[in-house]
Design a protein around this ligand. Structure first.
Ligand code: ZN
Length: 301
């Protein structure tokens, strides 16, 4: 008998030491999206995006879009940054087939973390793929956690003014999932500390109050840039291209340029929610712009 075909198999958990901290990136899920264009840059830049994809050995017609939260164990507290898709696609007709089922809790278990171990859940912003794993059937998934939400993002979604058509259902989700947790939350601004060693960084644009987080221990740093860049080729090599899922498009472009400049200049490793798994890498200057350099073993040593 010939050996059975076993199907594709990919890693979904990665953990490394950062000074005295342990940091794990855990892929909640992923989707295959239909095209880099017109999402990135609209129809006006379609040919450039196709050429960019080809030059980087990827197709422009289909792309893999992972969702990868970060877990930080500071030695004192277990901090979860973003929660993935959760059971949104099962609980909401509108999302069936559009979002994958989340696997965060199962994969955290494989990494040795139980839901009740999580002390702090931090949201970078209120988009569905980041808030979906907060609750299941209306109950908090991380029963002992306190929450840390960005004040600007929380106010934007709660007030509900100037919500564009494409985000109206997102706002409903936010009201249902995030707002009821407000009494167990603290609200932070750029520069504020989540726990000692994790500091919020202004990444406003993709969402009105998007926060990145600088994670630092014993002189080692990594920036969790959340959704500052949503594709490892297009958003980094062409940070100027506007993106359909960016809520404040010009601000998102300015933020991409500022943060890319910072991590390239200071040579800071990056954890990115939508970067190819393990979602870790570096940014270097290339051809008048930037290039993603995937992590190999730098963080393992
Ligand atoms: Zn996202």
């Amino acid at each position: 008998m010939p050996a059975q075909l076993q199907g594709e198999m990919q890693p979904t958990i990665y953990r490394f030491k950062l000074g005295g901290f342990e940091v794990a990136t855990i892929m909640d899920s992923k989707v295959i999206r239909p095209g880099l264009t017109p999402s990135f840059g609209g129809d006006a830049h379609a040919e450039e995006v196709k050429a960019l994809a080809a030059a980087n050995h990827i197709g422009a017609d289909r792309y893999e879009h992972p969702f990868t939260p970060t877990v930080v164990n500071t030695g004192k507290e277990l901090v979860l940054i973003d929660t993935g898709c959760g059971s949104l696609s099962a609980e909401h007709e509108q999302l069936k087939g559009r979002m994958p089922p989340g696997n965060l809790v199962a994969r955290m278990a494989q990494a040795g973390y139980k839901p009740e171990d999580v002390d702090v859940v931090v949201l970078t912003h209120g988009h569905p793929d980041h808030i979906g794993g907060l609750t299941k059937g209306g109950q908090p998934v991380f029963p002992k956690a306190r929450y840390v939400f960005g004040a600007t993002d929380f106010d934007f979604w709660k007030k509900g003014e100037n919500i564009r058509e494409a985000r109206k259902f997102n706002r409903e989700l936010y009201m249902k999932i995030v707002v009821p947790l407000a009494d167990r939350a603290t609200f932070i601004k750029p520069g504020d500390t989540v726990v000692p060693g994790i500091t919020a960084v202004d990444a406003f644009g993709h969402s009105p109050g998007l926060l990145a987080f600088m994670i630092e221990s014993e002189g080692k740093q990594i920036l969790n840039w959340a959704d500052t860049c949503n594709h490892y080729v297009v958003a980094i090599q062409r940070p100027d291209l506007q993106l359909d899922v960016d809520d404040e498009k010009e601000k998102a472009v300015a933020t991409r340029k500022r943060i890319l400049d910072m991590v390239a200049t200071d040579r800071i490793p990056v954890a990115g929610f939508h970067m190819p798994f393990p979602g870790l890498g570096f940014v270097e200057r290339a051809g008048g712009s930037y290039r993603w350099v995937p992590h190999s073993y730098q963080l393992n040593l």
